[in-house]
Design a protein around this ligand. Structure first.
Ligand code: ADP
Ligand code: MG
Length: 249
C-alpha cells in the first residue's frame, strides 16, 4: 500500500478569520501511496485547510512541511515547484484553448522558473513530455484537440487534474473533484484517482461518501474547524460521534 514515506506533515494548523477559527488545531500526515480524505459539512473548514497546505493562505499558527522541509509561509508557486499540486475549480481552464494547449501551458508554468537560458532550455525540453504524460494519465488523450469550453463538465474536471499532473507533483490536493458529476462521470473520476494513488500522496476533500469510502485509506472528519474523528474507513463508519454529528444518525 505504501513504502512508508510521509510527504506532508501539518502540525497544529489554525486559521482565524477575525473571530472565526475556520481551522482549529488540525494535524495530519499525507503518505506516498495513500489517499487521506477530509469530510465534513459545508463550512467545516475543509477548503481552508487545503489552502493552508498549498500556501494559498498563511496559517495563523502551526506549520506545514513537505518531504521534510518546512514550507510554512512560502508562496503557492514555490510550494508547487517543491512538488505539491492542487486542483482549482474550472476557473483555471482557458476555455477558448484546446485541451492540449491547456495542459501544455500548465506544464510550462513549471518550466519557466530556472533563471539561466540553458537551464530554461533543458527544463523546456521536458515540458511536452510532461504534458503528454499528464494527458494520458488523466484519460484525456482522445480529447486533446477539443476546445476546452466545449467538453463535458466531467471532462473539464479531468482536465483540471491533467493540468495539475503536468506540474509533476508528488502530492495532490483535490477539493471536491466529483462535485456536480453524474454517476458515470463520478465512476470515471474514481478510477482516475485510483490510478494516481500509488505514485502520489493525496488529500481528497469530497462529499460523495461512496467515492470517499471506496478510495480513502484514512479519513479526517471536520466540524466547525475542528477534527472530531480520524481513522480508517471502518473506524469512521462505526464512530458514534461521527454518525451523530455528520452522517445524521
Ligand atoms: P468547507 O470547505 O468545509 O465548506 P471553508 O473552509 O470554505 O469550509 O470555510 C470554513 C469557514 O471559514 C466558513 O465559515 C467560511 O465562511 C469561513 N471562511 C472561509 N474563507 C474565508 C475568508 N477568506 N474570509 C472569511 N471567512 C472565511
Ligand atoms: Mg469547501
Amino acid at each position: 500500500m505504501s513504502d512508508g514515506t510521509v510527504l506532508v506533515q501539518a502540525r497544529q494548523l489554525t486559521k482565524r478569520f477575525g473571530g472565526l477559527a475556520a481551522v482549529h488545531d488540525v494535524s495530519l500526515e499525507l503518505w506516498l501511496g495513500r489517499i487521506h480524505a477530509v469530510i465534513g459539512p459545508n463550512g467545516a473548514g475543509k477548503s481552508t485547510l487545503t489552502n493552508l497546505l498549498s500556501g494559498d493562505l498563511p496559517p495563523t499558527t502551526g506549520s506545514v512541511s513537505l518531504a521534510g522541509t518546512e514550507i510554512t509561509g512560502r508562496t503557492p508557486e514555490a510550494i508547487s515547484r517543491a512538488g505539491l499540486g492542487r486542483s482549482y475549480q474550472k476557473t483555471n481552464i482557458f476555455l477558448p484553448f484546446t485541451v492540449w494547449e491547456n495542459v501544455r501551458l500548465a506544464a510550462q508554468s513549471r518550466a519557466q522558473h530556472p533563471a539561466s537560458w540553458l537551464r530554461r532550455a533543458t527544463a523546456f525540453a521536458g515540458t511536452n513530455e510532461r504534458a503528454e504524460r499528464a494527458l494520458e494519465l488523466a484519460g484525456l488523450a482522445p480529447r486533446r484537440d477539443a476546445i476546452a469550453g466545449t467538453i463535458s463538465h466531467g471532462e473539464q474536471r479531468q482536465l483540471e487534474i491533467a493540468m495539475t499532473l503536468a506540474t509533476a507533483p508528488r502530492v495532490l490536493l483535490l477539493d471536491e473533484p466529483l462535485a456536480g458529476m453524474g454517476t458515470a462521470e463520478a465512476e470515471r473520476m474514481v478510477d482516475l484517482l485510483q490510478r494516481l494513488k500509488d505514485a502520489h500522496a493525496m488529500l481528497l476533500v469530497e462529499h460523495d461518501m461512496d467515492a470517499v469510502f471506496a478510495l480513502a485509506d484514512r479519513l479526517t472528519v471536520m466540524v466547525d474547524g475542528k477534527v472530531i474523528a480520524s481513522g480508517t474507513p471502518p473506524e469512521i463508519r462505526h464512530d458514534a460521534g461521527v454518525r451523530a454529528a455528520y452522517l445524521g444518525e
